[in-house]
Design a protein around this ligand. Structure first.
Ligand code: ATP
Ligand code: FE2
Length: 321
């Protein structure tokens, strides 16, 4: 049977049906008219397209078994809109609910899409920048940003120069024609911080191409350093890149080179599964359902600060089992 998954932690309302493979996927991204994402406006967007987005995938299911939704982390109003729809579907169709951690879902769909078994994961998105790896029943967070996610950092920089949202792809295009300039590099232990880098980039008088180039080289080198150290520390031999910033070809290249030097393998899932999408929720929900990880409706309140390491990963066996 299949599971229907609903994702809507931030800018994208997306629904999917996942069986043995992806059956149907439909997304409705919210683009803020100006500035960044306002949580209540994004939630209103999600509510206004909810019926249509679900209706685009639901008929593709032949034997639906459960309703999965992204329980957190994310923007409170967006999460509540999605959870309300998931509960309504669960009651109307008399199907169990599965509450999926958004970060874990990025990792699981990435493993499915690449065939990697036990990778160190660089999860680089708008709101998140984390390095994760599986150890003793949990996804451990080896290192993470102490301030903002690298994607939001790039978006903020682009906005300050009057460039369109999302900023990541715009910065990538400028960076191709630029030369390296030095900008502040901040790695503290295993953690990262981007606000110093962004302020310095915003204040720089260098040509925009050079600032974008320096911004990418510095921000990505920070991510690669923490990923490399987690790889060495955990003794793993695969690196998986997930999250919207994973679309960046320079970041991919830098990780691939690091992996080659260490004799590790590198992979990045295809675009469909990289940024926020309903398929990752439906897929992870199905794996959780198979292992009995259901969510009673009275425990289905949203979890805006839900961390990956709070999730008991009951669906993965220990090495050697
Ligand atoms: P999360 O809730 O996991 O933090 P998100 O809501 O930020 O996710 P994603 O789809 O994972 O959504 O990522 C969006 C981010 O990816 C944006 O900040 C955008 O600028 C960035 N991005 C997209 N394409 C590129 C690119 N080519 N280079 C760099 N950044 C990119
Ligand atoms: Fe995400």
């Amino acid at each position: 049977g299949e599971v229907l998954g609903l994702e809507g932690t931030a800018w994208n309302l997306s629904a999917a049906v996942f069986g043995d493979d992806l059956v149907a996927l439909h997304s409705s991204p919210y683009a803020p008219p100006t500035g960044g994402i306002h949580p209540r406006e994004a939630a209103q967007h999600h509510a206004s397209v909810m019926r249509e987005v679900i209706a685009r995938v639901l008929p593709a299911a032949e034997n639906l078994q459960a309703i999965a939704f992204s329980q957190g982390p994310g923007l409170g109003p967006c999460l509540r809109t999605v959870a309300t729809a998931a509960r309504a579907l669960s009651l109307a169709l008399d199907l169990p609910l599965v509450g999926v951690n958004h970060c874990v879902a990025h990792v699981e769909i990435g493993r499915w899409a690449t065939g990697f078994d036990d990778p160190i994961v660089l999860y680089a998105s708008g709101a998140n920048t984390q390095v994760l790896g599986y150890l003793n029943g949990r996804y451990r967070i080896f290192g993470e940003t102490l301030d903002i996610g690298i994607g939001n950092a790039l978006d903020k920089f682009a906005r300050s120069h009057g460039l369109p949202h999302p900023g990541g792809p715009v910065v990538e295009r400028f960076a191709r024609d630029g030369n390296y300039i030095e900008l502040p590099y901040t790695v503290k232990g295993m953690d990262l911080a981007f606000s110093g880098l962004i302020s310095a980039a915003q204040e720089s008088k260098a040509p925009i191409e050079d600032v974008c180039h320096g911004l990418q080289e510095t921000g990505f080198a920070m991510c690669v350093e923490v990923t490399e150290r987690a790889l060495a520390h955990a003794g793993k031999d695969e690196v998986l890149l997930v999250g919207g910033v994973g679309a960046n070809s320079r970041l991919q290249e830098m990780l691939r080179e690091m992996c080659e030097d260490r004799g590790a393998r590198f992979a990045v899932p295809e675009r469909t599964y990289l940024g926020d999408n309903g398929a990752m929720i439906a897929y992870t929900g199905r794996v959780m359902l198979e292992h009995g990880a259901l969510l009673p409706i009275e425990e289905s309140q949203v979890r805006p600060g839900y961390r990956a390491d709070e999730v008991p990963v009951v669906w993965r066996s220990e090495p050697g089992e």
